[in-house]
Design a protein around this ligand. Structure first.
Ligand code: DAH
Length: 351
């Protein structure tokens, strides 16, 4: 009852299906609303009831057989597509992997972290300030006016008359006191980069790291400074360290001292590290100058304070026996990777 030619044509068309596009084209041509198979049902109305039943039956059979062949083709194509995809995404887990090497904490950051931890455990806050600084904060308010000879101690990079690259971390003291108005206590340390017009050599770098410390409150004395530094230096360089204060000069402290630590290599007997003196110069410190307190809104008759400044490179050079400051900045992996073996407390980061 169904046109033989159409059956043949459909059969051939199904046999020629090899892609998803072919499949869609076939559906469109034969099975869509106006497709040649679908439109066969319009014949119904011309038929008698008897014929209708028979034709309907044949048409259904035909449609079902076409549909089930299409389903089989689609299933096969889906499987092929999946297999191809799996094949292309296959990972050979027996191949050796690419080894990822972990970095190590830079020796300067190790020292900064260690010093931070020591002072945080004593209740200090960690502060930072801008590296591009005003002359006012870097010098003037620290009791170093424009013509003061102390400016020669720090050969500074100026951007213009008033703006410079900070030559010390001491301006963070000023910023903190100004921020706090006259509130106390202030207990801060400020690690950060500083810049000076030095020619780079084994012991000088035009950029280096300092850590500044500042405490301001009522009744702060030189004894507090000494006690604090004694605790810190014993933690940093190992138990049994003694401190020695030598008179010195900084414009922002009065009195000012240079602080030496008994040599942690020879325990004070005298060796190459301490140049046979038994002492190693570690930092500058002193009692905050009344002018500095006053400049920042603190009445020096009511408040006192101590301050200190240490060079991170110097400490790292001593601790790890490094004799060229430039090694910190040339990023030679042979140098840097040695620090993975140092100190148990950092093990996690250096594994
Ligand atoms: N700012 C000083 C420098 O760079 C270091 C220093 C010395 C800081 C004594 C201080 C201090 O706070 O009290 O040479």
């Amino acid at each position: 009852m169904i046109d033989e030619n159409l059956i043949k044509e459909v059969d051939e068309a199904i046999n020629n299906i090899s892609t998803y596009d072919d499949l869609n084209d076939f559906r469109l041509k034969y099975l869509s609303k106006k497709g040649s198979i679908t439109s066969l049902s319009s014949k119904m109305k011309e038929l008698s009831n008897e014929e209708k039943r028979e034709f309907g039956y044949c048409l259904n059979e035909f449609k079902n057989s076409v549909q089930s062949r299409l389903n089989a083709i689609k299933e096969k194509m889906d499987l092929e597509y999946l297999n191809k995809k799996l094949e292309s995404e296959k990972i050979d887990i027996t191949l050796p992997g690419t080894k990822i090497t972990k970095g190590y904490i830079h020796p300067l950051n190790r020292v900064i972290e260690e010093v931070k931890e020591i002072f945080i455990s004593m209740g200090y806050d960690v502060k930072s300030g801008p590296e591009v600084e005003n002359d006012l904060y870097n010098f003037e308010l620290l009791n170093i006016p424009k013509s003061h000879p102390a400016r020669d101690m720090q050969d500074t990079f100026y951007i213009n008359e008033e703006i410079l690259l900070r030559s010390q971390t001491s301006p963070v003291q000023i910023r903190t006191m100004l921020e706090n108005k006259d509130k106390t206590p202030i207990r801060i340390i400020c690690p950060g980069k500083v810049y000076r017009r030095d020619n780079d050599d084994a012991t000088h770098s035009h950029q280096f790291e300092q850590i500044e410390g500042l405490v301001v409150d009522k009744n702060i004395s030189m004894a507090d400074l000494k006690g604090t530094l004694e605790v810190a230096m014993n933690k940093l360089f190992g138990d049994g360290r003694k401190l020695r204060f030598r008179p010195s000069f900084f414009p922002f402290t009065e009195p000012s001292v240079e602080v030496d630590v008994s040599c942690f290599k020879c325990n004070g007997k005298g060796c190459n590290m301490c140049k046979k003196t038994g002492w190693i110069e570690i930092l500058g410190a002193g009692m905050v100058h009344p002018n500095v307190l006053r400049n920042c809104g603190y009445d020096p008759d009511v408040y006192t304070g101590f301050a200190f400044g240490l060079g991170v490179e110097r400490i790292a050079m001593l601790k790890y026996e490094i004799n060229d400051i430039r090694d910190f900045y040339t990023n030679d992996l042979r140098f840097l990777s040695q620090f993975k073996y140092i100190e148990k407390s950092d093990d996690d980061a250096s594994k």
